[in-house]
Design a protein around this ligand. Structure first.
Ligand SMILES: [Zn+2]
Length: 77
């Protein structure tokens, strides 16, 4: 089950919750002030994964060294 990060609009508290993917956008009350004005935020980890995915797909496009899983090697540099 993935870990999601939420931000409370009322007290600005960030909190995390393990939720099923289908429940990720469901309302989750703030554990501190019980406010229901919370929203899901993209964690830095998720943003990092997205960046590396984009980098990987970009190198797949015009990279002659397709079998090389490293960012650079003597063949594809
Ligand atoms: Zn709150």
């Amino acid at each position: 089950m993935p870990l999601y990060e939420y931000l409370c609009d009322d007290c600005q508290m960030r909190f995390e919750a393990l939720r099923a993917f289908s429940q990720a956008d469901d309302l989750l009350p703030c554990p501190r002030c019980q406010s229901k004005r919370t929203k899901r935020v993209i964690s830095s980890f998720a943003a990092f994964s997205k960046t590396s995915e984009e980098t990987a797909s970009r190198s797949l496009g015009g990279n002659p060294c397709a079998s090389c899983s490293a960012d650079s090697c003597s063949t594809c540099r």
